[in-house]
Structures are given as structure tokens and as C-alpha cells.
Design a protein around this ligand. Structure first.
Ligand code: FE2
Length: 261
């Protein structure tokens, strides 16, 4: 795992975590303990896969729940939901809160002069709507959709944007940036999902879900968007020249410790 440090005009030190995909996390927690961020922002896809064998999705994770609990011992944890959290129900969100994580499900909070919001993956939002039509069933099947056709819930973003505080938005999908976010008055947007483009050559990635071949957003800082390559893998395409990454964003006057691969 590579630690990447960016110096940006932010008011506090932020750890950006994404795409754990329910994998082992010892190195991640060690890094967080050593670097002592002021807040830990989990920008989605901490779980993995489809229907759980039984019961609740979150309680059937192998690593994700204990990872989040470990993070809360280090710093305040803010969680936004990615496409792999699509099967979450209200109990799953309650489980997250029970370990001390702040769940930002198309919502924001004000804390210490900062507004932190979470734009949920459209896949979660639409499956929740679908499930409401089948109230007596926990996991109705089948559920078919074309993810590219789905839109996230943007209804709360105007209120978020109107806050006078410094605004941080967790948004798992970087492909939302051009479509919905780049013209909004948001100071910092944190994303994952692209997995660095899977195969990286010359600073470019080959493929990203939601963006396709030769994606525009794969890794780094693009204006007010900071995009991590994430911590693990899910695609059939392997990660090549593309180590998993944990990003730290430091207030600009603080010198970064540099990349430690
Ligand atoms: Fe994702």
C-alpha cells in the first residue's frame, strides 16, 4: 500500500479511505495510527459483493465493520456509501452508527466550523426506492437496472452548498464530478471507485467503472476533486503498476512527508 500526501488549502488533516471492499486492513490502520489525521473520510465501497448469505449485509462483512470500529479509535470517522453498499437497509446504517461512525447518507453535518456531506451512490438510492415497493421482503429479487442510467439524489446539495462553512463532500463516484458537482460551491470533493484505472501506464489508467476505457479521472488532484486509487480490487482486470493507496490531505503550510510506497 502506498501512502500519498497532498498539501492543499484545507483547514485540517484528512485521511481519504475508499474501496476497502471488505479486505484485510492492518496496514491501513497502522498508517492511520502513525499519521494521526484529524478526520477519516471513508468515501464508499468498504463492503463487497451482492446478497449476503443471510441476515444483514453489514453484519456479514469479514473485515469492514471491525475496520470502521478501529478507525473510530483513531479519529472521527465520516462514511459515505458506494455502489457496493447498495443492499444496505436501515439496520445496516444503524450498525455503522453503533461503532461510532457518522453516516452521511445524502446528508451533511456541521462540525467544528466545517460542513461534511456524503453523496450516496445512485445504486443504493434507487435500490432503496425499489425495496420500498416490496415492504414485506428484505431483499426482493430480481432487480435489474443499468447503473449508467441512474441518477444520485441531489435534492439536499443546494442546502449543503448554502452553508458558509468550509465544505467537504464525500462522493464515491468520480464520474459524478463533471455531471453534477464541478460547478457547485464545494471546497473539497473526495472520491474513489476508479481503482486507479486498473492498469496504469505513464500516469494514465486503462479502465474505470462508470467511465469506461481510458477514463478521465483515475488518481490524483483535479481542481477541488481528490481521487484515491483505493485499497483493493474487484474488477476482472488486475491492478498493474497501480498499488493500493491511502491518501492524506494536509493543510498547505504543513510539509508533506512524501510518498512512501
Ligand atoms: Fe465503487
Amino acid at each position: 500500500m502506498q501512502e500519498t500526501f497532498y498539501s492543499l488549502p484545507v483547514p485540517l488533516t484528512i485521511a481519504l479511505v475508499a474501496d476497502l471492499h471488505d479486505h484485510p486492513y492492518t496496514a491501513v490502520v497502522s498508517s492511520l495510527q502513525a499519521n494521526k489525521p484529524d478526520i477519516i473520510c471513508i468515501a464508499g465501497d468498504f463492503t463487497h459483493g451482492g446478497f449476503p448469505p443471510s441476515g444483514l449485509k453489514m453484519e456479514n462483512t469479514e473485515y469492514a465493520l471491525s475496520f470502521l470500529a478501529a478507525c473510530t479509535e483513531i479519529a472521527p470517522v465520516y462514511v459515505s456509501l458506494g455502489n457496493h453498499e447498495w443492499l444496505f437497509c436501515e439496520q445496516d446504517l444503524a450498525v455503522l452508527r453503533s461503532v461510532g461512525a457518522v453516516v452521511l447518507e445524502n446528508s451533511f453535518i456541521l462540525k467544528d466550523g466545517i460542513a461534511i456531506g456524503g453523496l450516496t451512490s445512485a445504486r443504493f438510492t434507487h435500490y432503496r426506492l425499489y425495496r420500498k415497493g416490496f415492504a414485506s421482503l428484505i431483499y426482493p429479487r430480481p432487480y435489474y437496472f443499468d447503473a449508467k442510467e441512474l441518477e444520485p439524489d441531489l435534492s439536499w446539495l443546494d442546502a449543503f452548498e448554502a452553508q458558509p462553512e468550509y465544505k467537504i463532500l464525500l462522493s464515491h463516484h468520480p464520474e459524478y464530478y463533471d455531471k453534477y458537482l464541478c460547478n457547485r460551491k464545494i471546497d473539497l470533493i473526495l472520491s474513489g471507485h476508479a481503482h486507479g484505472g486498473q492498469i496504469r501506464l505513464g500516469g494514465y489508467g486503462l479502465f474505470a467503472p462508470g467511465q469506461g476505457l481510458l477514463p478521465k479521472y483515475t488518481s490524483g488532484v483535479y481542481g477541488n476533486l481528490v481521487l484515491t486509487r483505493g485499497l483493493s480490487n474487484t474488477a476482472l482486470i488486475p491492478r498493474l503498476f497501480n498499488p493500493p493507496e491511502l491518501v492524506y490531505i494536509l493543510p498547505a503550510r504543513q510539509h508533506p512527508a512524501g510518498n512512501r510506497g
